[in-house]
Design a protein around this ligand. Sequence first.
Ligand code: BES
Ligand code: ZN
Ligand code: ZN
Length: 506
Amino acid sequence: MEILTHAGKYKETDVQALAVAVFKDEKADEGFLRELDEAAGGIIKSIIESEELKGKEGDTVYVHLATDGRLKAKRLLLVGVGERENYQLAQVSQMAGTAARTLRARSVKSVGLVPRAPEAHVEKVVAAAVEGAIMGLFEPDKYRTVEKEERQIERLVVIVEGAKEEALRRGAERGRIIGESVNFTRDLANEPGVYMTPTIMAERAQEIANQFQLEIDVLDQARMEQEGMGALLGVARGSEEPPKLIVLKYAPAGGGSAGDNEYLALVGKGITFDSGGISLKPGENMELMKYDMTGGATVLGVMRAIAQLKVPIPVLGVVPCTENLPSGKATKPGDVLRAMSGKTIEVINTDAEGRLILADGIAYAKKLGATRVVDMATLTGAVSIALGDVNTGILGTDQKLIDEVIGSGREVGEKFWQLPLDKEYTKQIKSDIADIKNVGGRKAGTITAAAFLKEFADGISWAHLDIAGTAWGDDAKPHRAKGPTGIAVRTLINLIERAAQNRPSS
Ligand code: BES
Ligand code: ZN
Ligand code: ZN
């Protein structure tokens, strides 16, 4: 899809269809809509008066226009965007997603987007629109051969009348980078386990490293043994596929520093398929456990974006990858593992494997010099009991970092809700035979999982995102397909950009 911008008049933009944002209860006889109504031959007024469109978020009305109208586009899509006061970048992004999906379904080949947002942030508005459209067009039907969505929008033009060309151009490029990176993560998450083994995940990481000049190191089993990564290796034991630990380093050209000697690492859970291991999961919905590497895919997506955006601070990405399968060699409940940090872990349930591989992932990030770690993982079923698919759970030891993530999420329309992590919860993971055990009982499952990780995050500033409830959408929305959502990719890109802006100037 060719992505263009236009600072001229939307009425004269040469596209098949125009998509226009409409606010809740917006009047058709004044301001913007009145102008549009006049150009479109009175049809806006009749749509609004019929109450077919009230401007609620995600509502749409699609019409073909008479050929003698004063709009160059001959089809019009009105997209409800909710209250004018609440219309921010997140809503612009969703509006663009809804428009792109709806018009593609109508076989439209060229689309003009009129996001109608405050001119002050033109670059960000255009970025949000382009990013939203790209995300909106993602489909999970990669392996379908019949009735596949083959229609394609060939040209997208974002229109902000009177804007500066330079701001439009930069915004479009930014939106393209971010939208494609979110879809990169979604594409990996969507792959079946057979096509997304640890080896293949490492190959995908190698590809982005080559493409975007990231430094890469992939640890194989022998090196994991040298490093004493007994927790990660304990999970990998049952599998024929060799485990991999992917390390990506982004260093800004010219050697910028994070200031205050801070070094941020992103650590993502890369379980390419989670059967539960010897503590085998029930069969129902087990196919979904292909997305248990989404945390790792998120790290790769963010690294690929920041390398292109050329943020001025270094960032480390660490992704421990393995399958979790039962076999004659698999780790058994009751076994004791020794993690890289030296702590011993009694495995009560082999299905609580994410925290085991993250324990060594976090330890390795620390060894490489990380001072701040954000880890992300499809870690617990309990988080969707607590927060559903609306909020991502966030916990940690550094309130400032947690608040930064929550604030970064709010700006891009991704919600996080903090759960407590009082030291009392750690009692639940005390073991009789070892230092800790890998499950904390039925109560507070998301919190005790985080309490486990906290044991490996001492001495650093740390936040943990439990994306198990938000990384997969069971239903399609007007602005996105069902399936992998790419949650947290945009939040983390924003977090890193904000950290770069706020660093003390040296
Ligand atoms: N990958 C699962 C968590 C999960 C469940 C993600 C559903 C997405 C959807 C994780 O490895 C797991 O199995 N966790 C167990 C932990 C329990 C054994 C303490 C769980 O949540 O049931
Ligand atoms: Zn599991
Ligand atoms: Zn898992």
